[in-house]
Design a binder for this molecule. Structure first.
Ligand SMILES: Nc1ncnc2c1ncn2[C@@H]1O[C@H](COP(=O)(O)OP(=O)(O)O)[C@@H](O)[C@H]1O
Ligand SMILES: O=C(O)C1=C[C@@H](OP(=O)(O)O)[C@@H](O)[C@H](O)C1
Length: 300
């Protein structure tokens, strides 16, 4: 939104505020027949907010409660970039600290769903360490890559090692763990993962195939043996795998649907979402779960 458009905003132009977490609210603004989606970060004292839209911020005044947000621009002359997504991320992470209490976070999801990319952001903001279960399996097997382990020892050997690693991790605290895409297929692994909080990154198969086609299939043995162009190959194989595993991913305590985030943020499709957008949603879904609003938690 440009400066002129911002100046035209009136409090009455704020439509349907949709709370997306304690610290952030999405407001849809109607202007000249257009609907604009803004993320509004409300400060603790409710006295000022940061309005975020397309990597720009401006100060807003919130004149009413969360349930009836009405905003007016305080500093219409000074829209300053860049957007403080970091602020939103920090705020949301602070919210969950008293509830998560050092428990590990297990990210589950298909190959390429962003467990590593998003997990690193989450660990940083939570003050947790990041850990990749594939990398731990590789270490256990003397530094061989996952692709080599599959080739030399077979998938069952890899799965046994993966279970051992998850067992060890279940005894630890303050970790964000990127699990291998197939970790969800063994019930015993869920026993370990339920010691912490599990989050499913639910990404449409088309987006997964695009990401994987871009980086190649060499490091992902389950995708690396069919003919055809890289996108089609990845798409066909990922569709078949997702068909088998969809229900297993749904065992996670919280689900992060990229399609839902895109709708919420008014993006055209999931490819417009940044890893930070996804990390924010993941933390909000964890908070929701921990507060007992969704899923279940088994105290261990
Ligand atoms: N939100 C995103 N938008 C675009 N590309 C992404 C996003 N998240 C991850 N990627 C890319 O997709 C690929 C797979 O991501 P990664 O985090 O390694 O997934 P996983 O650990 O689930 O296999 C990487 O090349 C990464 O840069
Ligand atoms: O989906 C799977 O079965 C696998 C996913 C991979 O991890 P990423 O999801 O990190 O790529 C790795 O564990 C192995 O290649 C098997």
């Amino acid at each position: 939104m440009d400066l002129k458009a911002a100046q035209r905003l009136q409090p009455s132009a704020v439509l349907q505020p949709q709370r997306i977490g304690r610290g952030a609210t999405i407001c849809r603004f109607g202007m000249s027949g257009q609907s604009q989606s803004l993320r509004v970060f409300v400060s603790a004292k409710f006295s000022s907010t940061v309005m975020h839209h397309r990597r720009r911020t401006t100060a807003l005044e919130v004149s009413s409660s969360y349930d009836n947000v009405s905003a007016s621009i305080l500093e219409s002359g000074s829209i300053h970039a860049p957007l403080d997504e970091e602020l939103i991320l920090k705020n949301v992470s602070q919210e969950i600290h008293p509830y998560i209490n050092g428990r590990c976070i297990y990210l589950v999801g298909m190959m390429g769903s962003g467990k590593t990319t998003v997990g690193k952001i989450m660990s940083q903001v939570l003050g947790y360490s990041f850990c990749d279960s594939d990398a731990l399996v590789e270490e256990e097997v003397g530094g061989n890559s996952v692709a080599d382990i599959f080739k030399q020892y077979g998938e069952t050997f890899f799965r046994n090692k993966e279970t051992e690693v998850l067992h060890k991790l279940s005894l630890m605290h303050r970790l964000v763990i990127s699990t291998g895409g197939g970790a969800v297929t063994r019930p015993i692994n869920w026993q370990y993962m339920h010691k912490g909080v599990s989050v499913w990154l639910d990404v449409p198969v088309e987006a997964l195939a695009q990401r994987i086609a871009a980086v190649g299939t060499n490091s992902r043995p389950l995708l690396d043996y069919e003919a055809g162009d890289p996108y089609t190959r990845a798409f066909m194989r990922l569709s078949a795998i997702f068909e088998e595993r969809g229900e297993a991913y749904a065992n996670a305590n919280a689900r992060v649907s990229l399609e839902n985030i895109a709708i919420k943020l008014g993006k055209r499709d999931v490819s417009e979402l940044s890893p930070t957008d996804i990390a924010i949603e993941a933390l909000e879904q964890i908070e929701k779960f921990l507060k007992g609003e969704g899923g279940y938690y088994v105290e261990c």
